[in-house]
Design a protein around this ligand. Structure first.
Ligand code: HEM
Length: 530
C-alpha cells in the first residue's frame, strides 16, 4: 500500500520536478503561485490557537518548516527521531500552512489513535490518488465514515484471527515452494521472498495458482495500478493536492481529471474481472478465499459489485511488498546474529525434528520463533512512519493544541528504539519478547507485541494473515537453511536501507544460504501440500 513515509521527501518535488498536468504560463507563474500560497496558508492555518502548539523546529511565517525539507527529505523518521530527543514525544511542523504532528512514543500514539479514535481514524485528503484514481473507494484511503466502516467490516470477516486460519493450507504450500526455490537458486533469495509474498496474497484473495514469476500478467497489472497510485500520492506531483479548488474544474478543462477518471474506470474493470473470475470458475475455488467471503457479504452489507471488487483488489498492494520486505529483514538478521539463528534452529529441531517440515500446528510449541517474528517487525520497521492519519477536530493533548486537519504521523521507528521500553534497542534480541520463564511477553501499548501494524481502529486489516505468513515462512526457512555472510562481499550493513515508496527495506545484499542437511530436498518432495 502506498504510504506516507516519503511525505517530506516528496514535498520537495513541488518545486523541483512537478509532473503536474495543470501548469501556469511562465510569466505569471511566480506571482500567482505566491498568491496561492498565501491563500492556502490563510485557509488552512489554525484560526483559534488557545493552547500552545507542540514544540518543534523553528518555523518561518507562511512557509513554516519548508526550509527544513532538505534535512527530512531522506528517511524522515531518522530526523524525527533526532528531533524527538530535543523537542519531546510530540513534534509540530508546518508545511506551507499544512500542520503536521509527529507522535514519537507508543504512549502518545495509544492515547490519541486508540483512546481518542473518533478524532484520528480519518486519512489525509489525497485528491488525485484516493479521490480521483481510486474513486474514494479504496479501503486504505477512504475517509472515516459509513463506507469505510462497511468495507472494514467485510475485510474483517475475511481476515480476522479465525477466518485467517482458513488460509493455512495456502500459506504452508507457498512456504514449501519458497524453500524449494531458495534451494534451487539461493543467490536469488530476495526475488524468491518477494515472489512468494505476492503469490501468497494473490492465492488468499483470488484462489490463484502459485505464481511462476513476478512478471506474471496479474502481478504486472496490479503493480501498474500501485505505481499510478504511488505517483499520485506523492506531494507535489499534482497541483490539485496543493490547491484543492482545482478539483472544481470540469474534466474538459483539466487533463489530470480526465486522465484520472479514465484510469479509475480501467482499474475498476480490472478488479471486477478478477472478482468475476472467482464468481465464475476461472480460478481454482476449492480453497476458501478472501474474495469468496467478500462475495458472501455483498448482500448482507449492501455492498455494490464495484465496492466488493475494489476491496479485494486493495489487498495485494497492502499485503505483498510489506510481507516480502519483512522476510528480507529476517534474512539480514540471521546473517548478522548467528547466535539467534542457532537458537531458533535448535528450537525448531527440538519440536519438529528433521524428518518433516514445521507446520502451523507446531506454533504453540515454538515460543522463540514467535518472539523472533516480533523482533523482525521491531528491529527494522518496514513502515517506519505507519500510514498517516488526519485529525478531524481541534484537540488538546498534554496541554498542546492539535489543529483540526493536522496530518498525524506515528514515528514507529522512534517507538521501537525507545530505551525506556527496549534495552539495547539497536540489537536483534528475540528474548525481549519472552518472560524469564519462557512465556510470551508483549510490551505496553503494542498490538500482539508490535507497532508494525499501526494503531486504533484503522490498524492493519491483514495483520493476522501477515503474522501467519511470517511464522510459517520463517520456521520453514530456519528448518531448511543456514544463513552466512557472502564470502565475496562480507557482512551486510545493518543500517543500509532503501525506501521504495511503498515500504522501507534493507538495501540489497549478498549472502550464502545453504541446506542444513542432505535430506532437505527429499522432505520437500514428500510435503503433500504442493
Ligand atoms: C508485515 C506485513 C504488513 C505490515 C507491516 C502492514 C502494516 C500496515 C500499516 C502500518 C497499516 C496502517 C495502519 C494504521 O493506519 O494505523 C496497514 C493498513 C492496512 N493493511 Fe497492512 N501490513 C502488512 C500486511 C498486510 C496484509 C497481508 C494485508 C492483507 C491481507 C494488509 C491489509 C491492510 C489494509 C486493508 C490496510 C488499510 C486499513 C484501513 O485503512 O482501514 N496488510 N498495514
Amino acid at each position: 500500500m502506498s504510504n506516507f513515509t516519503s511525505f517530506s521527501a516528496t514535498l520537495n518535488s513541488v518545486w523541483s520536478e512537478s509532473t503536474s498536468d495543470f501548469t501556469f504560463p511562465a510569466s505569471v507563474s511566480l506571482s500567482l503561485l505566491s498568491l496561492l500560497v498565501i491563500v492556502a496558508y490563510w485557509i488552512q492555518s489554525p484560526s483559534k490557537v488557545k493552547d500552545p502548539l507542540p514544540p518543534g523546529p523553528p518555523r518561518l511565517p507562511l512557509l513554516g518548516n519548508l526550509f527544513q525539507l532538505g534535512e527530512i527529505s531522506k528517511f524522515p523518521w531518522l530526523k524525527f527521531t533526532e528531533w524527538s530527543k530535543q523537542y519531546g514525544p510530540i513534534i509540530y511542523l508546518n508545511m506551507l500552512g499544512q500542520p503536521v504532528v509527529v507522535l514519537n512514543t507508543a504512549q502518545a500514539a495509544f492515547d490519541l489513535l486508540d483512546q481518542r479514535g473518533t478524532n484520528y481514524t480519518d486519512r489525509p485528503k489525497l485528491i488525485m490518488a484516493a479521490e480521483i484514481l481510486a474513486g474514494n473507494i479504496h479501503v486504505g484511503f477512504v475517509p472515516h465514515g459509513p463506507l469505510w466502516r462497511k468495507l472494514r467490516k467485510a475485510a474483517h470477516m475475511g481476515l480476522n484471527l479465525h477466518a485467517a486460519e482458513a488460509y493455512f493450507p495456502i500459506q504452508e504450500r507457498e512456504a514449501t515452494l519458497l524453500v524449494k526455490s531458495v534451494l534451487e537458486n539461493p543467490s536469488d533469495w530476495d526475488n524468491h521472498l518477494q515472489k512468494s509474498a505476492a503469490s501468497t496474497i494473490l492465492s488468499i484473495v483470488y484462489g490463484t495458482e502459485p505464481l511462476k514469476s513476478r512478471e506474471d500478467p496479474i502481478v504486472l497489472r496490479i503493480n501498474h495500478f500501485m505505481e499510478r497510485m504511488l505517483k499520485a500520492a506523492l506531494p507535489g506531483n499534482y497541483m490539485v493536492d496543493m490547491f484543492p479548488v482545482l478539483n472544481k474544474l470540469p474534466p474538459w478543462l483539466a487533463k489530470f481529471k480526465r486522465e484520472g477518471m479514465a484510469a479509475h474506470k480501467d482499474f475498476t474493470a480490472m478488479f471486477s474481472e478478477f472478482l468475476q473470475g472467482v464468481k465464475g470458475d476461472k480460478f481454482d475455488t476449492s480453497n476458501p478465499t478472501f474474495s469468496a467471503t467478500v462475495i458472501k457479504q455483498q448482500q448482507p452489507l449492501e455492498m455494490s459489485e464495484k465496492e466488493a471488487a475494489w476491496l479485494a483488489g486493495a489487498m495485494f498492494g497492502a499485503g505483498s511488498d510489506t510481507t516480502g520486505a519483512a522476510l528480507a529483514v529476517f534474512t539480514l538478521a540471521m546473517i548478522l546474529y548467528p547466535d539467534v539463528l542457532k537458537k531458533a534452529q535448535a528450537e525448531v529441531d527440538s519440536v519438529v525434528g528433521r524428518d518433516r517440515l514445521p507446520t502451523f500446528a507446531d506454533r504453540d510449541q515454538l515460543p522463540y520463533i514467535r518472539a523472533l517474528v516480533k523482533e523482525v517487525l521491531r528491529w527494522k520497521p518496514i513502515t517506519p512512519l505507519g500510514l498517516a492519519r488526519r485529525a478531524v477536530e481541534d484537540d488538546v493533548y498534554q496541554g498542546y493544541f492539535i489543529p483540526a486537519g493536522s496530518i498525524v504521523m506515528t514515528n514507529v521507528w522512534a517507538m521501537n528504539l525507545d530505551t525506556d521500553i527496549y534495552e539495547n534497542p539497536t540489537e536483534f534480541v528475540p528474548e525481549r519478547y519472552l518472560t524469564p520463564d519462557g512465556r510470551d511477553y508483549n510490551p505496553q501499548h503494542t498490538r500482539g507485541g508490535t507497532h508494525a501494524y499501526g494503531f486504533g481502529r484503522r490498524i492493519c486489516a491483514g495483520m493476522n494473515v501477515a503474522n501467519n505468513s511470517l511464522f510459517i515462512d520463517i520456521s520453514r526457512l530456519l528448518w531448511a537453511f543456514n544463513f552466512t555472510p557472502s564470502t565475496k562481499t562480507g557482512l551486510p550493513s545493518p543500517d543500509a536501507q532503501i525506501d521504495t515508496g511503498v515500504v522501507v527495506r534493507p538495501a540489497p545484499f549478498e549472502c550464502e544460504i545453504t541446506p542444513r542437511a542432505p535430506n532437505v530436498q527429499a522432505i520437500l518432495d514428500m510435503a503433500n501440500e504442493v
